[in-house]
Write a protein that binds this ligand. Structure first.
Ligand SMILES: NC(=O)C1=CN([C@@H]2O[C@H](COP(=O)(O)OP(=O)(O)OC[C@H]3O[C@@H](n4cnc5c(N)ncnc54)[C@H](O)[C@@H]3O)[C@@H](O)[C@H]2O)[C@@H](O)CC1
Ligand SMILES: [K+]
Length: 514
């Protein structure tokens, strides 16, 4: 699913109005009907509704919602904020419609005027500013937003299209923005919704279709995308009846150190459960029994060191030997001992196929930046925000961080993800994809190690690095969602993500047969 800029959304609206038999006002009505239906599903008709409307089309939505809620029996009132001298045409049309049907439902608040104190239990609807925001809010508008935010402890807030004050495509850090519990947005996610710095503004997101032109959507290129089930279904390749274990690749997993063998176990199990043909693990001496007993499907090499690994490069002494492995996954629980760093550098001398680099392997790269240049093109890097910072440096806000992520993916021809609620995946072609599966239950030790195993497995099976990243992150999140549904977000642990991988694959197969 494409993520469009505010400008592109305006063009999509205009294109739809031009090319299909729908007027601008009818499109607004459609948007308002969808929002009203959502509100009616979530709040009883006894809930007083205070709709705060700006003078643009977002305010027009608010006026239409007030009318439609009244039609459904709600005690809804529109408070029109005169933040500028001119109202949009569709705002005025909807004001007239409300005025005609329910004149007592309109209340004008002149600039610098005071807001009414909402009744107890009232729902606040924010229709002050939408994607027409042209600058950070200030002055009276900012004061109004501040006042509404102060009411949040006692009232739920539903934002229409986008929380007022939030810039759709730029950072809104240190500006005044409505803090919504729910955001009802039309047709598309906005980039701002996916940035961690905006989590307190956006709340839950509900995307409401309003039938914008599919032609415009298909023809218009976008740099930002959301991964969806349909796309993963198209990537997924079911197994053919005459396959054998050689068909699904041989992966080498380099992981674990004393006290962190669990990371190696989780990665190995995830790699096996994702369907790799053969898995060899290189682990320090202390981990032999642990891996052999926990993951009997894996073969095992032990290092000459007991507590860390420093000789894994010996598996790839030359370019011919590299052909034995389709890919290598390196990093979970590996540690950053001097011998490990040295062996990693040696390994990169002869292994030139895309590999998966995570955790301590990323920390090693962070402390020896020259090594980054030796990472095979097409490799998958999986940092969390702290690892990302160590690798590529600090940024002033989340938008700049996305740009830095993308710049490195393009310059180094790498596939780099940045873990988060909406994991961002940057590809060498400059595109950035966001994953929406997953839940806070996955914020637990070991879930990243599971992801490394999944990605390594998919690469070994012949998925392209891009396919492996998109599908692996989606599967990881979906398996976490299954685990949370069955065991709760609190009680689920990283092993549960591995256990529910099977259910996620079954879901993919089911979708394939639909
Ligand atoms: N046909 C359409 O175009 C549709 C538009 N829709 C709604 O229309 C919205 C966009 O409407 P508009 O483009 O009219 O824009 P807005 O409703 O976001 O507001 C624009 C108005 O706010 C003023 N403004 C901008 N930045 C400001 C600031 N920082 N402080 C104070 N005032 C500021 C502008 O001067 C202008 O008067 C969408 O977010 C959506 O809610 C929906 O009804 C769907 C259909
Ligand atoms: K809004």
């Amino acid at each position: 699913m494409k993520i469009f800029t505010a400008q592109q959304i305006r063009e999509a609206d205009a294109y739809t109005i031009r090319q299909t038999p729908i007027s601008s006002l009818d499109l607004m009505e459609k948007a308002a009907i969808a929002c009203t239906a959502w509100i009616c599903r979530h709040y009883s008709e006894y809930t007083p509704v205070y709709v705060y409307c700006g003078l643009g089309n977002n305010g027009g939505d608010g006026l239409a919602i007030t009318r439609l809620l009244r039609n459904r029996g709600y005690d809804a009132h529109a408070y029109v904020l005169h933040h500028s001298s001119k109202a949009s045409a569709d705002h005025t049309a909807n004001r007239n419609a409300l005025q005609q049907q329910y004149p007592s439902a309109i209340h004008d608040i002149p600039e610098n005027g005071l807001l009414p104190q909402p009744d107890a239990q009232a729902l606040i609807v924010d229709a002050i500013l939408g994607t027409g925001l042209s600058r950070p809010v200030e002055g009276w508008t900012a004061a109004v937003i501040g006042q509404l935010n102060d009411l949040k402890a006692a009232h739920e807030v539903v934002a229409i299209d986008i929380p007022s004050g939030l810039q759709a495509d730029a950072s809104s850090l240190n500006t005044t923005v409505i803090r919504a519990d729910h955001t009802l947005s039309f047709e598309f996610y906005k980039l701002a919704f996916l940035l961690p710095e905006n989590a307190t503004f956006v709340g839950d997101i509900c995307i409401l279709p309003i039938d914008l032109s599919p032609d415009y959507i298909a023809q218009t290129p976008s740099r930002f995308h959301i991964t969806d089930a349909l796309q993963i279904k198209n990537i997924y390749r079911p197994r053919k009846p005459f396959s054998h274990k050689g068909t699904f690749g041989h992966a080498l997993l380099i992981a674990g150190s004393e006290g962190k063998m669990g990371a190696a176990v989780l990665s190995a199990k995830a790699c096996l459960r994702t369907g790799v043909g053969l898995l060899s693990c290189h682990i320090p001496g202390c981990g032999y029994d642990i891996i052999q007993i926990s993951s009997p499907g894996a073969m095992c090499f032990i290092d000459e060191q007991k507590d860390h690994s420093s000789s894994f490069h010996t598996h790839i002494p030359n370019a011919e030997a590299a052909a034995k492995y389709k890919t290598i996954g390196i990093g979970p629980g590996l540690g950053t001992a001097a011998g490990t760093c040295w062996a990693f550098e040696k390994l990169l001398e002869h292994f030139h196929q895309p590999m998966v680099i995570d955790a301590d392997a990323l920390n090693i790269l962070g402390s020896s930046p020259a090594m980054l240049d030796k990472i095979p093109p097409g490799s998958l890097l999986t940092p969390h925000p702290k690892e990302f910072e160590r690798l590529f440096g600090k940024t002033a806000n989340d938008v700049e961080r996305l740009e830095l992520l993308s710049a490195n993916a393009v310059k180094r021809k790498l596939n780099i993800l940045l873990k988060g609620r909406y994991t961002a995946m940057a590809f060498p072609d400059g595109s950035i994809w966001f994953n929406t599966t997953g839940n806070p239950g996955m914020a637990t030790g070991g879930s990243g190690d599971v992801l490394t195993g999944i990605l390594t497995s998919l690469l070994a099976q012949g998925y392209t690095p891009r396919e492996a990243m998109l599908m692996g992150v989606w599967l990881h999140g979906l398996s976490g969602d299954h685990a949370a549904a069955e065991r709760s977000e609190e009680a689920m642990i990283a092993e549960d993500i591995v256990e529910f991988l099977g259910k996620s694959f079954l879901e993919l197969r089911r979708r394939l047969s639909c």
